[in-house]
Design a protein around this ligand. Structure first.
Ligand SMILES: [Zn+2]
Length: 257
């Protein structure tokens, strides 16, 4: 099983040896982890973690909350481009728009997002999308650039938007918040999205699923996300595992092993 979205460099996960997190994940059948950057320092760290641990792959990118710094510093983009060419870097992410939390003006966020999309396309890499209260703009930008390989992470939008995403060929990935009883929309999206378009993630250390809610999440909990999706889709965990493995390998262009 894949955890396609982890932040192992964030507190308190950074206090543990990655090998220990990998061991606990493997015990739950989670054998591959995509560690995702949010700025240059964490993208560098992701590349390093991937180099040191067989189970870990890296995504590098500038999160919309970090867009201002990137916008004002040309060096950021050059470094990102260099990182993208490193071994085991499988995607650009997480990138996108955040009109809820980010202090950065939408116009700046959009420029940083678009710059990174162009970089992904030039380098034939998929993108991991962060979208917070920016449905229309994210959709229009991805469509404008004819992005084919995009995944909407921590997914939980309404059915109309889900349909629009699926129509474009994009994927959605689900995290621990689909186990929260009040997250009906996220559960409905997980039930609705077809098996060949979904992936598993934890977004750890955030979004720990029930029964660990409120505590730090970790890659091992991707299994609990798989179990919830299986329940919502009325199928087996094995079926979810098979489908999400296949999707992740295809999306991130990883060979079977
Ligand atoms: Zn994230």
């Amino acid at each position: 099983m894949f955890d396609t979205h982890a932040h192992l460099y964030l507190d308190p996960l950074d206090k543990e040896a990655p090998a220990e997190l990998i061991r606990r994940a493997a015990e739950q059948g989670v054998t591959k982890i995509i560690n995702v950057g949010i700025d240059i320092a964490t993208s560098q760290r992701s590349v390093e973690l991937a180099r040191q641990n067989e189970a870990i792959y890296a995504a590098v990118g500038i999160h919309p909350q970090e867009a201002e710094t990137a916008y004002n510093d040309g060096h950021v983009f050059r470094e990102l481009e260099r990182l993208l060419s490193q071994e085991k870097v499988v995607a650009l992410g997480e990138i996108g728009l955040d009109y809820y939390k980010s202090q950065t003006a939408p116009s700046v966020q959009k420029q940083v997002f678009e710059w990174q999309i162009r970089l992904a396309l030039e380098n034939d890499k998929p993108i991991i999308v962060h979208n917070r209260e920016a449905d229309a703009d994210v959709y229009e930008i991805l469509k404008y650039y004819k992005c084919k390989r995009a995944v909407f992470h921590c997914y939980g939008r309404d059915r109309d938007f889900t349909r629009k995403i699926l129509d474009m060929g994009w994927l959605v990935s689900f995290t621990g918040n689909i186990t929260f009883p009040k997250n009906k929309q996220g559960q409905e999206a997980a039930a609705f999205a077809p098996l060949d378009r979904i992936m598993l993630e934890t977004d750890c250390p955030f979004m720990a699923p029930v029964p660990h809610r409120g505590k730090p999440s970790e890659p091992a909990y991707a299994r609990l996300v798989a179990e919830k999706i299986a329940e919502l889709k009325n199928t087996s965990v094995a079926e979810i595992e098979k489908a999400t493995d296949r999707n992740a390998r295809k999306f991130f262009a990883l060979a079977e092993n």
